[in-house]
Design a binder for this molecule. Structure first.
Ligand SMILES: NC(=O)c1ccc[n+]([C@@H]2O[C@H](COP(=O)([O-])OP(=O)(O)OC[C@H]3O[C@@H](n4cnc5c(N)ncnc54)[C@H](O)[C@@H]3O)[C@@H](O)[C@H]2O)c1
Length: 351
């Protein structure tokens, strides 16, 4: 098999962890007998500084014939964060109907949780990725006066809510059969009661799934106190975004947290990106943890149907974390990005 992958390293550590991941992907490809053709794209904040936009006018179209998009991170001191989000990530997620954002939270072998008794932590956050609170509907009037008024609307559609919830129910039915919904319908009485009603309604089709709902505030507390309770958690765009930094924090941090923006119908390419940002504080030092990108690459392989390759890559990742010898600083080690990459490749070749 031959796959065409659009590669957007982006900014900061994206330019370190993505090239490292391509070497790892090539090693898995050699092992499992498939080839990946990488098409590089320089869309980034650096591109914005030079041209005034995050990508060319036909930037989305140029990505459209790829089998998947592999992205590092965007963000650059001096470029406001809403520029990189609204100029690149959100247009890709929306144009390609990547309405499901999946972020696995699992305590890998050898990785220490900051919790004293973490138990078994293995759950998936399914975040709505196309609408919700991340909307550009709204505006500002009387700017700069004492009457300054700002309105930001949330957008929840039945189609948008149903499709992400259905995805989460299906995912739970393939896992341990438990689905929790993140809500805040006590305070946000229109959109969140709608969210709850749709959850209840759609849940009737899944009598075998254990269903629960939590207000977002207590859910955050339970992620810390009882992370072992969860199997699949479905959340709106904003709540899912927050939960998917909190979840990884209890299993070792952003350095290992993977993510995927999925178009489940496969009508458009899906995009795979680690949860972390461009980490300007450590960029250019060869100390970023590439594991988040490697795990993200494994999710991409699974999406492409290369399940065996994805398994091999995960075995190599846990082989390295399990030994606790070659780890980057965020996981308590002293190894460089390059050393972790070389060790992963060595393990892949040995498996
Ligand atoms: N998807 C994306 O492209 C994305 C996501 C989040 C933030 N950002 C952008 O990234 C920039 C920095 O944002 P931030 O500081 O809030 O978040 P960040 O994820 O870049 O960094 C947060 C902290 O985690 C550390 N960290 C992150 N990834 C790491 C890794 N792989 N290995 C070791 N340590 C790691 C960083 O050093 C930093 O201390 C901003 O411009 C922001 O907009 C982009």
């Amino acid at each position: 098999m031959h796959y065409r992958i659009a590669v957007i390293p982006g900014d900061g550590i994206g330019k370190e962890v993505i090239p490292a991941s391509l070497k790892v992907l090539d090693a898995v490809g050699r092992k499992c007998g498939f080839e990946l053709a990488y098409v590089p794209f320089d869309y980034s904040c650096e591109y914005y500084k030079a041209t005034g936009s995050m990508m060319p006018k036909d930037g989305i179209e140029r990505l459209s014939d790829s089998d998947a998009i592999f992205l590092g991170a965007v963000g650059y001191p001096g470029v406001p964060d809403h520029i990189s989000l609204w100029g690149l990530l959100i247009p890709i997620r929306r144009s390609f109907q990547q309405y499901v954002n999946i972020r696995p939270v699992r305590l890998l072998k050898g990785v220490e949780s900051p919790l004293r008794n973490p138990g078994i932590i293995d759950f998936m956050i399914v975040r709505e990725n196309n609408e919700g609170e991340y909307s550009n509907v709204g505006g500002i009037i009387h700017q700069g006066t004492p009457y300054e008024t700002v309105i930001q609307e949330s957008v929840f559609t039945r189609m948008g809510v149903d499709r992400v919830m259905n995805y989460a129910f299906e995912l739970a039915s393939k896992r341990k059969g438990k689905l929790a919904s993140a809500t805040k319908s006590n305070g946000i009485i229109h959109t969140m009661t709608f969210w709850d009603n749709r959850f209840e309604e759609l849940g009737k089709k899944y009598p075998n799934i254990e269903q629960s709902k939590y207000h977002i505030d207590i859910l955050c507390a339970q992620f810390v106190q009882h992370p072992d309770w969860f199997d699949v958690v479905v959340a709106s765009n904003l709540f899912g975004d927050i939960l998917s930094d909190l979840g990884p924090a209890v299993v070792g941090g952003l350095g290992i947290a993977p993510g995927a923006n999925i178009n489940p119908e496969k009508a458009f390419p899906s995009m795979f990106e680690p949860v972390h940002g461009s980490a300007p504080d450590i960029a250019g030092k060869n100390i970023a943890n590439p594991m988040a990108s490697f795990w993200t690459a494994a999710m991409m392989l699974e999406h492409l149907g290369e399940d065996h390759a994805a398994e091999i890559l995960m075995l190599a990742i846990e082989g390295v974390t399990g030994q606790r010898k070659i780890l980057t600083r965020d996981l308590g080690g002293t190894a460089t990005t390059t050393e972790v990459t070389e060790e992963i490749i060595r393990q892949i070749e040995q498996l």
